[in-house]
Design a protein around this ligand. Structure first.
Ligand SMILES: Nc1nc2c(ncn2[C@@H]2O[C@H](COP(=O)(O)OP(=O)(O)OP(=O)(O)O)[C@@H](O)[C@H]2O)c(=O)[nH]1
Ligand SMILES: [Mg+2]
Length: 293
């Protein structure tokens, strides 16, 4: 599981850094490798980041809350999320605003006016929710609203994400505009992509549900790492009420079981990819140092 892998990666890197210490005094390559490890460690050890994407009102924020297991973010039938919101684990509640060039500011009156005027790029919110130790989330405003600047800010969030969840509304699933936007996103996120057909309770019958699922499996699923049909409102309620009547049956019907299994699989895949690329990087650096000495 991921925790074992995290420890293994951290221990390998720290041990390498310690071995480099005596050599780094006289060797420039050893010094630069030691600095590289210092820079990489915090990024490598941070929980995988999931970006939630989709057109407006497709249930992204409701799904974000259901994944976290807490009402962290406001939802609405009106176009609601105005700025990407990054939610991460923090023992104390934290909130900061990211401006251009990655500059971070505490949320004061000036920063709030930057948010309202659209100058801010992202809100960062730290919360003590247990599930945020497994993954971080970026909830985004709806794509395809006609605001090209907002679409660009949204798609820029993908650069910071390890996993993408695309939310498509079950009753009008996988429109041509959605397929076009998804195709423009990096293949890296297609492999680590999860297609969620949201608001599954809005479908009238099991037959409709099977039809939508089959169409998505044929038309969309090949460009994703996995898919699930989810009623996020129910997942949210059931996660908070583990003693609810018929919990096991309803958990499966809501899509909660499939959703959690798919997210856990992708999160593990990210840890495993990080470990592989770290090993490759360390072995390349070791070869460079041997050649240099
Ligand atoms: N019945 C039902 N309603 C849902 C479900 N998920 C979301 N909704 C409702 O759909 C509406 C839109 O949900 P949001 O989660 O705000 O959608 P969003 O994609 O974040 O919207 P924007 O941020 O505006 O793009 C809200 O009124 C939600 O209560 C669901 O599983 N079932
Ligand atoms: Mg939203």
């Amino acid at each position: 599981m991921s925790n074992g892998l995290i420890r293994e990666i951290a221990e390998e890197l720290l041990a390498t850094r310690q071995r480099l210490e005596p050599i780094a005094i006289t060797s420039a390559p050893a010094r630069s490798l030691s600095r590289l490890i210092g820079r990489l460690l915090p990024r490598l050890l941070r929980p995988p980041r999931i970006v939630l994407l989709g057109e407006f009102n497709s249930g992204k924020t409701t799904l974000a809350n259901a994944l976290i297991g807490a009402d962290v973010l406001p939802t609405s039938i009106h176009a609601n999320t105005r700025i990407p919101i990054h939610v991460y684990h923090s023992p104390e509640p934290m909130i900061s605003v990211e401006l251009r060039h990655g500059i971070l500011k505490p949320l004061d009156g000036k920063a709030l006016s930057d948010v309202l005027s659209g100058r801010a790029r992202m809100l960062h919110v730290g919360l003590a929710a247990q599930r945020l130790k497994l993954f971080e989330l970026i909830d985004t405003p709806g794509l395809g609203s006609g605001d090209i600047r907002l679409d660009k800010v949204n798609l820029d969030c993908c650069l910071q994400a390890n996993i993408a969840i695309w939310c498509t509304t079950s009753t009008q699933a996988w429109k041509a505009t959605e397929a076009k936007t998804w195709a423009s996103i990096s293949n890296r996120l297609h492999r680590n992509g999860l297609l969620i057909a949201t608001l599954a309770d809005a479908l009238n019958s099991d037959r409709d549900r099977m039809r939508v699922e089959e169409r998505l499996r044929n038309e969309a699923a090949p460009s994703f790492g996995g898919m699930a049909m989810v009623t996020a409102a129910d997942v949210d309620e059931l996660r908070r009420n583990p003693d609810a009547a018929d919990h096991a049956e309803r958990w499966i019907k809501s899509g909660g079981e499939k959703l959690d299994a798919e997210v856990a699989r992708l999160v593990d895949q990210v840890w495993s990819d990080r470990r592989t690329s770290m090993k490759r990087l360390l072995s390349r650096a070791a070869t460079r140092m041997t050649n240099a000495s």
